[in-house]
Design a protein around this ligand. Structure first.
Ligand code: SAH
Length: 267
């Protein structure tokens, strides 16, 4: 391709691991890709299985950002469709802006195709809901500080004070810090915690349930390590509760845009 007809670079969310959990759009793009740079430490290679024969496929796990940018730019000179395949959704802990800024500077066009985040896949794997009427209506996607510091006000202890659902990324090796922060925010020691490793990865998913007090021991016993989501939520385990508040949307006494109440209106 001549510089005048540079290809387009697509940042595609591969989803959490199961190749069936990529979007239809993401899959269509993979099927027509000339080159794919995939995040090998996180994206199962199976995610590239939709690539056409002869496609230039490269694992980025040993590359620096500069090398990745150079690879993508070079690929865009030779191919119409170039894909950067990322785990989950590219907008969550995906270094998206670091990668797109040099592309803007080089005048290469790019776009993002969203993906199913591992936070959602982890809840799904465990059959849990992240929101529940009158329990929590808010989900916080966060992490604890590692080498990347947390901006002021976003310390887990401060976020946990909301008592909403917390999906905690990139933090399994800092589980003791998660325990400390939740307790410091006033969560009881027996509050349920869900840990999911490799959510949706065929044959590799592991689910560990525990409480703030015992989750670390349980994870050690199960040898839980990388690619793990921690979910703390007052809605965990709700399927076994005796009573739950009904969702207004499906309540027979509630009128909304698509349905008239069949019994007296709820307040
Ligand atoms: N963009 C990704 C997150 C990348 S950061 C997304 O939307 O899911 C990497 C972190 O995501 C891991 O440390 C882990 O906390 C989480 N993660 C990624 N894949 C996972 C999976 N299949 N199961 C559980 N957690 C996962």
């Amino acid at each position: 391709m001549t510089p005048a007809t540079l290809g387009k670079i697509w940042f595609v969310g591969a989803g959490p691991g199961d190749p069936d959990l990529i979007t239809v759009k993401g899959r269509r793009l993979l099927e027509q890709a000339g080159a794919i740079l995939f995040a090998g430490s996180l994206v199962d290679q199976a995610a590239t299985l939709y690539a056409p024969e002869g496609c230039d496929i490269r694992d980025s796990k040993d590359m620096t950002l500069e090398e990745m940018t150079a690879w993508l730019l070079d690929a865009a000179r030779r191919h119409e469709t170039v894909i950067r395949l990322q785990t989950g959704d590219p907008g969550l802990y995906g270094a998206l802006v670091e990668m797109t800024r040099p592309l803007d500077a080089a005048g290469v066009s790019w776009a993002v195709v969203p993906g199913v985040s591992s936070a959602l896949a982890s809840a799904a794997a465990a059959g849990e809901t992240l929101t529940l009427p009158e329990v929590t209506q808010t989900v916080i996607l966060t992490r604890v500080a590692g080498r990347t510091p947390m901006p002021p006000g976003e310390e887990l202890e401060a976020l946990a004070a909301h008592r909403s659902t917390l999906c905690i990324f990139l933090s399994i090796t800092l589980l003791h810090e998660v325990q400390r922060a939740l307790l410091a925010a006033g969560w009881p020691e027996d509050a349920p915690i869900l840990v999911v490793q490799k959510a949706s990865w065929p044959g590799q998913e592991k689910i560990v349930r525990g409480t703030i007090a015992d989750i670390k021991k349980k994870c050690q016993a199960e040898k839980i390590a990388a690619q793990t989501m921690i979910i703390a939520s007052p809605a965990l385990g709700a399927r076994d509760w005796e009573d739950i508040a009904r969702s207004k949307l499906y309540d027979p006494s509630f009128t909304h845009r698509f349905r008239k109440a069949s019994v007296g209106e709820a307040s």
